[in-house]
Design a binder for this molecule. Sequence first.
Ligand code: HOZ
Length: 419
Amino acid sequence: MRTDNSERLYARAQQVTPGGVNSPVRAFRSVGGTPRFIRSGSGCRLTDADGNEYIDYICSWGPLILGHCFPPVVEAVREALENGSSFGAPTEREIELAERIIAAVPSIEMVRLVNSGTEATMSALRLARGFTGRTLTVKFEGCYHGHVDSLLVKAGSGVATLGISGTAGVPEQYARTTIALPFNSVAALEAAFQRHGDQIASVIVEPVVGNMGCVLPEPGFLEAMRGLCTRHGALLIFDEVMTGFRLSLGGAQQLYGIRPDLTTLGKIIGGGLPIAAYGGRADVMRHVAPAGNVYQAGTLSGNPCAVAAGIAMLRHLAEHPEVYAQLDAAAAEICAAAPEGVTVQRMGSMFTFFFTTKPVKNWEDAAACDTQKYAAFFHHLLENGVYFPPSQFEAAFLSAAHGAGAIARTVAAIRSFRG
Ligand code: HOZ
């Protein structure tokens, strides 16, 4: 496979952008080799700068549940753009997107649109502090909630991939407002509440983790979390940036039957354009400015093109709930092809091939994986035209555009790996 053009672009990019990329995991640092510079995407396929084609299992890290260039999304964006790309004033479509989110996600009664998942979690945390008058946040090791200062403590995703445990630039005082606990440990959570119960403003969690690879909550973990938050007056925040509208229309909270106080969303609600949101209990959300005194704002918030894309996406998902069963079946087929000695973890269309023989229940288990073997597996697939995440600590995502032919080709590529 020729990669001359990607190599040339990578060298050029490194002159003008730190590490040659605009988000760290894209640089292939933990798997080695040249990151592919993408020229275009269509359906389930990507084409790189050298004309190589790949079946895409990143799907823009989750948003493209209906594939690249899904026609209704393209049409909606085109139409919106022709009517003005940004106003900095309210539009009717923002109401429609909010109404669609509220109709689908069980715990969301009011919602505020922002531009990225990071902004959503940062705002939700501030709101929880403003609402409770408390300072501390509980998070879980290996979960990633964007690059918010206080949430980079023991974070997953790129922080884990690059092994940057204590990120430079985060003031010690901010880091000290975060309590990081092992995922799936009810005992650790109980102990934290016993010690700091009256100071904990919120507990934030990816209910199904995607950012240390795909890790599922053990039975009772989310329920215990809900109970402890209620008992101690802390807000429970589900970070459903990845899982929202992906695991089901109502996200992980619908599947597990847990009602968080606040939820953060992103990715799918923008149909591949930059948009995110935080929402939840109306009595809490009414503390956000201008209704209340917790400030948060944004020039491009509720951007007309992104909102139009999001509406087209959510409309299709609401009208075609059968998509979720189709995705589940296709993902199961891919996961069944996993090589021996690999632990596959999956929830719906999110999955990870962990290079370990043990179940992965928390960050300690994930960190014990053989990342060199994962790198070999990744490059084997890439050479065979299948693009998995360039990190052991990221979930793979499937789209409804992955048809039988693409799945069969992926299965064949996986089966031909001789680790
Ligand atoms: N940290 C993101 C996935 N968990 C990757 C973002 C990107 O590189 O686009």
